[in-house]
Design a binder for this molecule. Structure first.
Ligand SMILES: Nc1ncnc2c1ncn2[C@@H]1O[C@H](COP(=O)(O)OP(=O)(O)O)[C@@H](O)[C@H]1O
Ligand SMILES: [Mg+2]
Length: 265
């Protein structure tokens, strides 16, 4: 469904260049649910924007469902996004048409379907607990309600790929759980940026980005370091005190791995 091969993203600002992502290698299979973790500024939103086709990588190659994003013309990219990708941006209001009601926002998201699925619109509103405010303009909903509506809107067209940037940040445990259940039960491939451990656990696979690189992956609750290009590894933060930056270490091979020992100990 998704393949990143050495993806690099550089933002040009007036004075400086910001390298937001460097050498991202990532494969996400159809149907996988991935939580994207990492500290603020790590590059999570940038990766999501790239996967959504809202940005094109500065370098490297990126495939979505078999199509290489960097080689598609703008019209083809727009068609691919409309047909296959549902996106929830970090700022919930930006996903919605403020003057449209909650129900109209979902109907608008379904406009590419010739047969509009009214039952599905009602079901989605119910699943995120917004049935009673279906006729209220989206701009007058609370932040948490907008966030829940944004997820319903993103799923309205049954996308193959759902990309959601911190979709539960303004939700209490119960509504957060409802949103996560909805995403999982939709059966769609999902990439969810989150700081919420509940979401991370529910997604099955976690990918942790630090400083623009994939540093770790988690499967079934176990965190594993990922060996990057040229053998680079990111030590988990809990070892930064033991082996701070600049530490000289000896590398001692074992049959199935390595030991890293401080040279001064
Ligand atoms: N439009 C932009 N212009 C310049 N720098 C940006 C822009 N968007 C993000 N950045 C920078 O890129 C890095 C990664 O940002 P981002 O992807 O938003 O991280 P995260 O979502 O993990 O907090 C940060 O250093 C951020 O300041
Ligand atoms: Mg972000």
């Amino acid at each position: 469904m998704v393949r990143c091969d050495g993806v690099v993203q550089i933002y040009q600002t007036r004075e400086i260049e910001v390298v937001a992502l460097r050498d991202i290698d990532l494969v996400i299979e159809e149907g996988e649910n991935v939580a994207l973790l990492g500290p603020s500024g790590a590059g999570k939103s940038t990766l999501l924007w790239l996967l959504a086709g809202l940005l094109r990588p500065s370098a490297g190659r990126l495939w979505l469902g078999g199509a290489e994003i960097g080689r598609l013309g703008q019209a083809a990219l727009n068609r691919l996004r409309a047909a296959q990708v549902g996106v929830v941006l970090q700022n919930p209001a930006r996903n919605l048409i403020p003057y449209g009601t909650a129900t109209q926002n979902i109907a608008f998201a379904q406009r590419a379907n010739r047969k509009r699925d009214r039952r599905r619109a009602g079901d989605l509103l119910e699943r995120v607990g917004l049935t009673s405010v279906g006729d209220r303009p989206a701009g007058r909903l609370s932040g948490g309600e907008q966030q829940r509506l944004a997820v319903a809107v993103a799923l309205a067209n049954r996308p193959r790929l759902l990309l959601a940037d911190e979709p539960t940040s303004q939700l209490d445990t119960q509504s957060g759980r409802a949103v996560v259940d909805l995403i999982r039960e939709s059966g769609t491939t999902a990439v969810v940026v989150t700081h919420d451990p509940m979401v991370g656990e529910a997604m099955g696979r976690t990918v942790t980005i630090r400083d623009g690189r994939i540093g770790a992956e988690g499967r079934d609750g176990e965190d594993l370091v990922v060996i990057g290009r040229e053998g680079a590894i990111q030590l988990p933060p809990e070892y930064h005190e033991l082996l701070p930056p600049g530490t000289m270490a000896r590398v001692e091979p074992l049959p199935d791995g390595l030991i890293l020992r401080r040279a001064d100990s």
